[in-house]
Design a protein around this ligand. Structure first.
Ligand code: ADP
Ligand code: MG
Length: 339
């Protein structure tokens, strides 16, 4: 029989990969903010229009890119963050897949300006649908600016699937919160349709939480601290009387990466047993530090799920630690259902 297999052209492969990495504007925000963090930015600006449908721009003052790197950064599997498969188990960057920029450029109009500290001039690049439209030398501030316009312009089905600007903005804000909580030492600004939504100065962790969620958060927080063989645990839980019917103030970070873990969530809730009503959720901002070789981050393209070698021990430690913190701050064990 005749040969029928063909290698897909790059732009097609990129568009397929983009389907996994970029679900909505918030996915782009996550990838761009994480790249800015990985570039050691001290100050990051997020500029969004129309819920991210027309514009998502991230401006950082990080290390920038050389002209060659600026071009290469849009190739698939192009990364400065790992060199071989072993590096996956000693990661200290958010990125490693080298897929985000290639994916984003496959399904949007992208404009990048970048300049490394030691260069006088920078590089300006325009790409749309994986095609480089122009590359020029330009004068640019130190660092990198990436503007993503008209997301899904070439995938109408995806574009039509987007929710209202308000809903998309909510998802973007969630991503912004996650990065802001994990990096209180980085100054962050967030604008939507010209309005400043957040202006977060460089602070300590507790202050960052309060700056994001409002001054009333301060009285709710109970510090959590524990160090064991398996993990170091830090952060804050909210006092039981402030447990809410709605979710939204539950955050786990593992090695400073936001993750979703119903299993660990359960461990925290179990520690609150008897202190909160069964249909309410305690707030928490918990930071777990574990040996990078004891986790696998590469199980999902968006990297919000990870696999722990020893999930059961972590569960037990987390539950005991949270319980201990609740006890130490003499949180009353008696439930007052009338309140
Ligand atoms: P990854 O982050 O997994 O390496 P990306 O596609 O997100 O893959 O980025 C590709 C490469 O482009 C990065 O490895 C990095 O070298 C470079 N890069 C991306 N964004 C920035 C930025 N804001 N500042 C400096 N370099 C960047
Ligand atoms: Mg990245």
């Amino acid at each position: 029989m005749a040969d029928i297999i063909q290698l897909l052209p790059d732009h097609v492969a990129n568009q397929i990969a983009a389907g996994e990495v970029v679900q909505r504007p918030a996915s782009v925000v996550k990838e761009l903010l994480e790249n800015a963090i990985d570039a050691n930015a001290g100050c990051i600006k997020l500029i969004v229009k129309d819920g991210g449908k027309t514009l998502i721009q991230v401006v950082d003052d990080g290390i920038g890119m050389s002209t060659t790197d600026a071009r290469l950064s849009f190739e698939r599997h192009a990364t400065s963050k790992i060199r071989n498969a072993e590096d996956l188990f000693s990661l200290n960057t958010k990125g490693f897949r080298g897929e985000a920029l290639a994916s984003i450029a496959a399904i949007a109009h992208v404009e990048m300006q970048t300049r490394p500290h030691e260069e006088e001039l920078g590089t300006a690049l325009k790409i749309a649908g994986s095609k480089v439209l122009s590359q020029e030398v330009c004068s640019s501030p130190e660092g990198t600016s990436i503007a993503v316009k008209n997301l899904f312009f070439n995938i109408p089905a995806r574009r039509n699937f987007l929710k209202s600007d308000q809903v998309e903005l909510r998802h973007i804000t969630d991503e912004f919160h996650r990065v802001a909580l994990a990096h209180p030492g980085v100054q962050l600004h967030f604008y939507h349709n010209g309005n400043e939504l957040f202006n977060l100065p460089k602070v300590k962790q507790r202050r960052r939480i309060v700056n994001i969620f409002g001054v009333r958060m301060d009285e709710k927080l109970v510090p959590v601290e524990e160090e064991t063989q398996v993990a170091r645990i830090g952060g804050y839980i909210c006092k039981p009387q402030f447990a809410k019917k709605s979710r939204g103030e539950q955050f786990f970070f593992v090695n400073n990466r936001f993750i979703k873990s119903p299993y660990l969530h359960h461990a925290v809730v179990a520690a609150f047993e008897g202190l909160i009503k069964p249909d309410t959720f305690p707030g928490y901002f918990l930071f777990l530090e574990v040996d990078p070789s004891s986790i696998d981050i590469n199980i999902h393209p968006t990297k919000t799920e990870i696999k722990f070698n020893d999930e059961h021990s972590l569960y037990a430690i987390l539950r005991a630690t949270v319980k201990h913190s609740l006890g130490q701050f003499s949180v009353s064990p008696v439930l007052d259902f009338e309140r």
